[in-house]
Design a protein around this ligand. Structure first.
Ligand code: NAD
Length: 481
C-alpha cells in the first residue's frame, strides 16, 4: 500500500487517477490522508471480478477454504488492532476505548463466522419411500456491501463475515468519511494467503455514485446495506430494477422505558453510556427516556448530573468520556435543531460546542407531544428526550409510537413485567436493566422502518444464502462411471 487509500479489485490495488479526496479529523479539522475516488466504471470491474471468482474459483463450494481464509483475515485484523483503532479515532472522532471495542468486535465476528462457514447445512426429506428431496443451502452469488461511517470496522465485518461464510464473493464500499480505516482493513484482507483473488473487491466512495452503481449492477445479486432509513428506501427502490435481494439495517430511535420500581442509579449509569456512546451516533443509542411519572424528576436529576459531568473531548485523549461528532456540518445541524426546538419541549440541559472541533455537549428535553420531530426523527447525536407515563399500557404505547423498531430497553425490578414489556415492544432487540450490549452471536435488526433481515448470529447467514430443491426418484440415476 501507498499512503493513498486505493481500491482493491481482482487482487490488485488500484488508483485510476482523478484528484485524491481528503480525509479529515473531526476533532481538530486536520487532513489525515487522502483516498482515490471511486466511479461507476470501477464498480463494474469489481462486480465482474467478484462474479468470475464466484464461478471460477473453489470459494463458493469449499467451506474449509472459506474458514481458513477468514481465520487468516481475523488474525491480521487482530495484529493490526492498534493501528486500526488509532485510525478510527482519527477519522471518526470516537474514543479510543470505543474504537478498540469495535475493532475487537470485528475480529470476534470474523472468527465466529469462520466457524459457522463449516456448518452451513441443508436438509433432506423422504417425500415417499425412496423419493428424496434434498434442500441445499447455496451461496446467493455476489454480495454488494454498503456501510456507514459510524462504526466502520464492526459494520463492515458484520455483513462481510456472513457473506464470506455463506460462500458469496463481495464488492464492498466504505463511507466517504472513513476511507483510511477501510483501506487498513482491506490491507489485512489482501494479505490473507488463502483468499482467492476477486473474492473481496473494494471501491472507495466520494459521494453516492459508487453506491448507486452497486445497487444498479446486474452482476450483483444481493445488497447488504447499513445506513439511514431514507437511503435504505432509495436502495430498495433501486434494487427493484434488477430484483436484487436486499438486507437493510437502518435507523433507530431507541426508547428506554423506566418503571417506578427501577433501580434509578443503575438506569442512569446504563443510559448515560447507552445514549452518549459514540456521541449518540449509534443506531441503537437510547434516544428517548420514557419514565414513570412518579420517578421522572428523580431520574431527570440523575441524568442532568451525569450529562453535566461527562468530559467531552478528543477521542485520542484518555481523559475524554465522549468524543466528537463525525464532522462540523453535523455539529451545525444539531445546534440548529437545538435552537429551533426550544419551544417544542422544555430544554432541561442545553448542549454547546467546544471552542474547536466537531464537539457538542449533551442536551436533554422534557417533552409531552409525541408528534414532535424530536421524538419522531432520528437525530444521531447527543440529544435525548424525556417523556412520562402513568400506566404500563401507556408506556408500551409510547415506546411503540415511532416508525422505528431497532432496539429498546426496559428498567424494572419486576421480572414478569420485564418479560411482558420486552415482548410487547416492537423492536429487534430489547435489553432488560441494561442498554447497548451487542454480540456476534446475537441477531440484530429492525422492525418497521428500521430495516429488514437480521445480521449477527446464525440468522445473519440467511441474507447470503439461497435454498435449492434437488429431487431424486429411485432408479432415476443409472449406471455411473
Ligand atoms: P447514509 O444512509 O447517509 O449512508 C450510508 C451509506 O450509504 C454510505 O456508505 C453512503 O455513501 C451510502 N449511500 C448514500 N446514499 C446512497 C444511495 N443513494 N445509494 C447507495 N448508497 C448510498 O447513513 P450515514 O449517515 O452514513 O450513517 C448513519 C445512519 O446509519 C443512521 O441512520 C444510523 O441509524 C444508521 N445505522 C444503522 C445501523 C443498524 O445496524 N441498523 C448501524 C449503524 C448505522
Amino acid at each position: 500500500m501507498t499512503d493513498l487509500a486505493r481500491h482493491y479489485i481482482a487482487g490488485q490495488w488500484r488508483d485510476d487517477g482523478g484528484s485524491p479526496a481528503a480525509s479529515t479529523n473531526p476533532a481538530d479539522g486536520t487532513t489525515i490522508g487522502h483516498f482515490a475516488p471511486g466511479s461507476a466504471a470501477l464498480v463494474d470491474e469489481a462486480a465482474q471480478a467478484a462474479r468470475a471468482a464466484f464461478f471460477d474459483t473453489a470459494w463458493a463450494a469449499s467451506p474449509r477454504l472459506r474458514a481458513q481464509a477468514m481465520f487468516e483475515i481475523a488474525d491480521r485484523l487482530d495484529a493490526a488492532k492498534d493501528e486500526i483503532a488509532a485510525l478510527v479515532v482519527a477519522e471518526n472522532g470516537k474514543l479510543r476505548a470505543e474504537a478498540m471495542g469495535e475493532t475487537m468486535a470485528g475480529v470476534s465476528e470474523m472468527r465466529y463466522y469462520a466457524g459457522l462457514a463449516r456448518t452451513v447445512r441443508g436438509t433432506m426429506q423422504e417425500i415417499a419411500p425412496g423419493v428424496l428431496s434434498l434442500f441445499a443451502r447455496e451461496a446467493a452469488g455476489v454480495a454488494g456491501i454498503i456501510v456507514p461511517w459510524n462504526a466502520p470496522v464492526t459494520l463492515l465485518v458484520r455483513s462481510l463475515a456472513p457473506a464470506l461464510a455463506a460462500g458469496c464473493t463481495c464488492v464492498i464500499k466504505p463511507a466517504a468519511q472513513t476511507p483510511l480505516v477501510h483501506a487498513r482493513i482491506m490491507a489485512c484482507i489482501a494479505d490473507a494467503p488463502s483468499l482467492p483473488a476477486g473474492v473481496v473487491n473494494s471501491v472507495n466512495e466520494n459521494g453516492i455514485e459508487v453506491g448507486q452503481a452497486m445497487v444498479a449492477s446486474p452482476d450483483i445479486d444481493v445488497i447488504s446495506f447499513t445506513g439511514s432509513s431514507a437511503t435504505g428506501k432509495k436502495i430498495m427502490e433501486g434494487a427493484s430494477r434488477t430484483l436484487k435481494r436486499v438486507g437493510l439495517e437502518l435507523g433507530g430511535k431507541a426508547p428506554a422505558v423506566i418503571f417506578a420500581d427501577a433501580d434509578l442509579d443503575r438506569a442512569a449509569t446504563e443510559l448515560t453510556h447507552g445514549s452518549l456512546n459514540m456521541a449518540g451516533q449509534i443506531c441503537v443509542a437510547a434516544a428517548r427516556f420514557v419514565v414513570h411519572e412518579s420517578v421522572a424528576q428523580a431520574f431527570e436529576d440523575r441524568m442532568v448530573a451525569a450529562y453535566r459531568a461527562v468530559r467531552v473531548g478528543p477521542g485520542a485523549d484518555p481523559s475524554s468520556q465522549m468524543g466528537s461528532l463525525i464532522d462540523l456540518p453535523n455539529q451545525q445541524r444539531l445546534m440548529r435543531l437545538i435552537e429551533q426546538a426550544g419551544d417544542e419541549g422544555h430544554m432541561v440541559l442545553k448542549g454547546a460546542p467546544l471552542d474547536t472541533g466537531a464537539f457538542l455537549t449533551p442536551t436533554l428535553f422534557r417533552i409531552d407531544d409525541l408528534r414532535s420531530p424530536l421524538v419522531q426523527t432520528e437525530l444521531f447525536g447527543p440529544i435525548v428526550t424525556l417523556e412520562t407515563f402513568s400506566t404500563e399500557a401507556e408506556a408500551i404505547a409510547k415506546a411503540n409510537a415511532t416508525v422505528f423498531g431497532l432496539a429498546a430497553s426496559v428498567f424494572t425490578a419486576d421480572g414478569a413485567r420485564a418479560l411482558r414489556a420486552s415482548r410487547a415492544i416492537r423492536a429487534g432487540t430489547v435489553w432488560i436493566n441494561s442498554h447497548l450490549r451487542l454480540f456476534a452471536e446475537a441477531e440484530t435488526g429492525g422492525f418497521g422502518q428500521s430495516g429488514m433481515g437480521r445480521l449477527h448470529g446464525p440468522e445473519g447467514l440467511a441474507d447470503f444464502l439461497e435454498t435449492k430443491h434437488v429431487y431424486l426418484e429411485p432408479g432415476a440415476i443409472q449406471g455411473g462411471a
